[in-house]
Design a protein around this ligand. Sequence first.
Ligand code: LLP
Length: 424
Amino acid sequence: MTTELPDFFTVRDHQLWVEGVSLASLAQAHGTPLFVYSQAAMLQALAAYQKGLADRRHQICYAMKANSSLAILQTLVRAGCGLDIVSGGELERALRAGVSPSKVIFSGVGKTRTEMRRALDVGIGCFNVESVAELDVLGEVAHSMGLRAPVSLRVNPNVDAQTHPYISTGLKDNKFGIAHEDVVSTYQRAAAHPGLRVVGIDCHIGSQITQAAPYLDAMDRVLDLVQAIEAGGIRIEHIDFGGGLGINYHGDTPPSADALWQALLAKLDARGYGDRAIFIEPGRSLVGNAGVCLTEVLYLKPGEHKNFCIVDAAMNDLPRPAMYQAYHQIVPVQTPSADTATLTWDVVGPVCESGDWLGRDRPLAVRSGDCLAVLSAGAYCMSMASNYNTRGRAAEVLVSGDRVQVIRERESADDQMRLEKSLS
Ligand code: LLP
């Protein structure tokens, strides 16, 4: 498989560019490891959803866990997005990014009373509730504040894993959502509660989904439920189909967002629910292919069985390979000189764990001092970065045309120790 560059990344004059800026110049100016994002790539990804849903009442709530840097939230919020949050911390970020609270939905299985209170206080649009116990607590908290919390129940559609093996969160035996058979009675419970106001229904069947079929199956299951709930006199205003659409990391061929939504809306119409507002919670598909992580080759360590290419980015910066054996393409930012031999390398970081690798068995022509780009690093990389080994988190820059903005400074050792107290 040859290198496939994401949109807005090109090779010009033997150099890798993002929009109108060479990646080598960014590494030079800002150091490495460095996350670099194309604003145009994010807006293009968003535009595909907006096109797919153009003639419907809809709300696109970016799942900010994918990348929650303020400037990225601002980019998407200013282009019309709401936000899907999963913690009190994400709520504060969302507000700082300037989102209208009414466009915020709150997902997740373990919301605390404090988080509920704050979200009610600022007037978020909807809570996606995942259990009866959580529903009761939310109702009690809202009632004690003299409010009615807008709720949608996250249902577990139990889509068949045999036929769609990539789906993980929509199955019966995981912690997410309310079991299909309990949904109608839980809606009745919500509708009867003085602290709750039913507004919608929600499902999210998994992540990095590369086919339309599981979505179509899930839609059928959810619409069956809407029918049963409404037969009991409870109106479902919006239907939230979650996120999960995959991106091309390496030979993946997910449907485009607008093609997927054309198929889904046709089914919605055919079943007579085309008048409902559509909510979605995409994360990865909005930002994943808009970002790369630049890293410098520190040392080459050829060996008898393995050749190690030791770089300055590590599992703390980019945890997906270590956590999920995920594949990210890795390419040089400058075409290597003809006298550099191509060998097969394991690209590894400086962290003291064997699991600290970014790519295995990669044919690369590299020398120490070269700069490499880890592709498709816009989603679930910086947002999952840690300080393991007291490594400061990377800096981030956002490119738009030939404009470069530093959107996060590199974290210093002092930054990392700021909240700690020395023994007295
Ligand atoms: N909505 C809910 C309720 C979710 O749990 C998620 C992701 C999303 C929306 C957004 O899904 P997306 O469109 O990004 O697939 N760290 C993993 C992915 C975890 C996804 C968690 N939930 C990774 O790096 O692959």
